[in-house]
Ligand binder design. Structure first.
Ligand code: SAH
Ligand code: SF4
Ligand code: F3S
Length: 509
């Protein structure tokens, strides 16, 4: 695929680079586009864990004097992938910039979960076209989940030919090589592997602040009928426990205050190990013993949430009492069509078990309204489940058909106005419940990890409780990064306002 004329004039890096070492797979040309059909296959291939030395020697100074900008869309998995790409770019000498006019490399790390996520990226590509015309040496890359879709790659090749690199979620570690190729090539560099079993360890990561994400597994094998993720992220692969624990111990030594363990379905952790029997509950029990004040995890699938995990979470300590437990729908019939593989009753039973073991647990969830065939009664079942569980917060979405998924072939027969009306009713209910749940905290003193000045008001400090609730209070900026006790004086729907308590925690700082 030839690119537009503007894209052919590129500013070459100063040093000469020898023939590329195509260490991973011997691809003689850099054009490999995705296939959702291949991505769906789940083979018996071995998962190899590779301990890479991240940046080839001849790439270590390629970015000197140059700046990069990465725009990230989507979930924490993508945010964390961005940290890995930042780490690699900085190991190549690039510096970060927030100003796209100042950037020599711009990457869009994209999300494919709903149509509006994709629209945002195409909108941004429209803006970047002008910039690319003004600055032909700019390298423009598209990566993340959208790159795994052939329709997206075809559309970019046809309508946004000024893009220099497209690479997929399995090709992130290849960024240095692809970047080098993009500097020299007159062609669009496209490398998207649809199937990948490998786990790449030791990639550099640029983490900021006091909170860190740690991947415990990649991919998803659940194939909920509406969801594109199993196609864009490949099959479930768990990182070895020793690698996860070593990374967390290292983060503890560096002084991080909070860790979030990441996976699309963390409860499936370890199911793919052939040589050991070690589950997510076992991992949490080991992580619990590491000296990090707060440990979270996301996302847990209700189907695999077992008693062992509940028993470990009930030990508390640094395991916080907040669980994100996506339900998607309160109707067993709809859950069946979504292929969630649990019923309303099973979900409610699980919630009761969790509440019995951890009485002050805070639950949050994800809900889709307007799934194909969802009747008014079925939507009302979702409303009644929300009333029964009393989530503290929820991410709520209108169903968005995704090409290649089974639900996209179902008749999307809920009219748009009905979908919007259901979303509004659900959001109104959630706002009422969140407000009532927050009201329970009036007058109580909670532990807050101070993040810094509030984004909306520099006179106010902002932080989070163990249950991930946002708290605003007055205090010295030096408290940023520390744990304080705050007495809640004014609970609101999405925010708790409070005052620094007189007695402060002696230990956790
Ligand atoms: N792995 C997580 C979810 C990741 S996607 C889990 O299983 O819980 C985050 C949320 O996006 C999902 O929980 C779902 O509520 C929503 N979502 C996924 N596909 C969607 C679609 N096609 N339309 C609307 N919402 C969707
Ligand atoms: Fe998507 Fe379901 Fe996998 Fe979550 S569990 S990522 S909703 S397929
Ligand atoms: Fe989006 Fe991919 Fe995450 S589709 S939600 S960025 S896994």
């Amino acid at each position: 695929m030839r690119k537009g004329a503007a894209a052919q004039v590129k500013e070459l890096p100063t040093q000469t680079i020898g023939k590329q070492a195509k260490s991973d797979k011997d691809y003689s040309i850099y054009f490999q586009s995705p296939s959702l059909k291949d991505a769906k296959k789940r083979g018996k291939e071995e998962v190899s864990v590779r301990y890479e030395s991240a940046i080839p020697d001849d790439m270590k100074t390629i970015g000197e004097g140059k700046r990069y900008l990465i725009r990230t869309y989507g979930c924490q998995m993508n945010e964390h992938d961005t940290e890995v790409m930042k780490g690699m770019l900085e190991d190549m000498g690039f510096e970060a910039t927030e100003d796209k006019r100042d950037a020599d490399v711009i990457l869009l790390n994209t999300c494919a979960i709903r149509e509006n996520a994709e629209d945002k990226v195409f909108g941004e590509l429209g803006h970047l076209k002008t910039l690319k015309q003004e600055k032909p040496g700019l390298i423009l890359g598209v990566c993340g989940c959208m790159s795994q879709e052939e329709t997206v790659v075809n559309r970019i090749m046809q309508k946004h030919a000024f893009v220099d690199i497209i690479f997929g979620t399995h090709n992130i570690h290849r960024l240095p090589v692809l970047l080098k190729e993009a500097y020299f090539s007159k062609e669009m560099v496209v490398e998207v592997w649809s199937k990948e079993g490998d786990i790449i360890e030791n990639l550099p990561k640029k983490r900021e602040g006091m909170k860190a994400w740690v991947n415990i597994m990649y991919g998803c094998d659940k194939f909920c009928t509406y969801c594109i993720v199993p196609y864009t992220r490949g099959k479930e692969r768990s990182r070895r426990p020793e690698d996860v624990l070593a990374e967390i111990r290292d983060l503890a030594r560096q002084g991080f205050k909070e860790i979030t363990l990441l996976g699309q379905n963390v409860n499936a952790y370890g199911k793919d190990f052939a040589d050991i029997s070690y589950t997510f509950g076992d991992l949490m029990d080991d992580v619990r013993k590491i000296d990090i004040p707060r440990i979270r995890f996301t996302t847990s699938h209700p189907r695999d949430f077992d008693d062992r995990l509940i028993e470990v979470l009930a030990k508390r300590g640094n395991l916080v009492e907040h669980i994100h437990l996506p339900v998607q729908s309160g109707s067993t019939e709809v859950l069946k069509r979504m292929s969630r593989k649990y019923s309303r009753e099973h979900y409610l039973e699980l919630v009761s078990k969790i509440k019995r073991a951890i009485p002050d647990v805070v639950l949050s969830t994800d809900i889709i309204v307007g799934f194909p065939g969802e009747t008014e009664e079925q939507f009302e079942e979702t409303m009644s489940l929300v009333r029964e569980v009393r989530y503290d917060s929820a991410f709520t979405f209108i169903y968005s058909p995704r090409d290649g998924t089974p639900a996209a072939a179902m008749e999307d027969n809920v009219p748009d106005e009905v979908k919007k009306d259901r979303l509004k009713r659900l959001n109104d209910l959630m706002a009422t419940i969140s407000r009532e749940q927050n009201e329970l905290l009036r007058g109580q003193t909670v532990e807050v990890l101070v993040e810094g000045e509030s984004k909306t008001n520099p006179d106010v400090l902002s932080g989070r409780t163990r249950t991930n609730k946002l708290v605003h209070f007055q205090g010295s900026k030096e408290l940023a990064g520390r744990f304080v006790h705050v007495t809640i004086t004014e609970p609101q729907t999405w925010l708790l306002k409070g005052e620094l308590a007189v007695a402060q925690p002696a230990k956790v700082v």
